[in-house]
Design a binder for this molecule. Structure first.
Ligand SMILES: [Zn+2]
Length: 229
């Protein structure tokens, strides 16, 4: 699978439905590079890095997590550099790690067939973020400002949005989706997220499991869906 280029400084490895692998984002600063999400497993992370190497791009120094869900984070033990996450994301991962230690992997594999596909021949390893923040923080990757901040969302209570104003791009993770596994969306949370997205310095939005859309299309989809519920 090949990287797709989104803007001058942004690429992504496209999502894959069969193994529930999300888009993995890549932001190239002049001093260092940043990844958005770690991958579903070490195999997914390695596929991403192989695609970066083939494109002549340096491996990321920092990996930012959009939220704690396994498909975005369980490759974290295989990343290059350090990981950064919102504090709630770190708390969720710690709870899940403890549960796996206590109960084994049976309950995890029972959550979704696609998890079984991803982990057919791989161990499940959960690690915690190296750095956590609350509210928000900014990175200067070298002529490339990156803003990360916690946002209310109908998907989970730990969504981090990643905004790259110079590239007019906003990474949303799964923030616009409903709650796993029913996918129900709370209308008030949808509207608060729409307000947050509309305040961002961005024209392009990249969700976890979809192709890039304009900001207007993204907000329209978010609100239409939740009004229908
Ligand atoms: Zn998710």
């Amino acid at each position: 699978m090949k990287l797709e280029r989104l803007t001058e400084r942004i690429w992504f490895l496209p999502y894959e439905e069969a193994r529930d692998r999300p888009n993995l984002g890549y932001i190239r600063g002049d001093r260092f590079s940043v990844a958005v999400d770690a991958g579903h497993s070490a195999a997914h992370t390695q596929l991403f890095y192989q695609a970066l190497v083939e494109s002549g791009l340096p491996l990321p120094a920092v990996t930012i997590l959009t939220h704690w869900h396994w498909d975005h984070t369980f490759g974290m033990h295989a990343i290059h550099g350090i990981s950064v996450a919102g504090q709630r994301t770190g708390q969720h991962l710690l709870r899940f790690q403890s549960r796996l230690d206590r109960e084994g992997t049976g309950f995890f594999f029972a959550m979704d067939e696609r998890i079984v596909c991803e982990y057919a021949e791989l161990p499940v390893i959960v690690t915690l973020p190296d750095m956590v923040f609350s509210d928000g923080m900014q990175l200067d990757a070298g002529h490339c400002l990156i803003r990360l901040y916690e946002a209310e969302s109908p998907h989970t209570d730990d969504s981090t949005l990643i905004e790259v104003p110079g590239e007019r791009t906003l990474f949303l993770g799964d923030a616009c989706c409903g709650t796993f596994p029913t996918w129900e969306k709370d209308g008030a949370l949808c509207r608060r997220l729409a307000d947050t997205i509309l305040k961002a310095d961005a024209d392009i939005c990249l969700e976890g499991h979809w192709t890039p859309l304009s900001r207007d299309e993204t907000v329209r989809g978010l609100l239409e869906d939740c009004d229908a519920n």
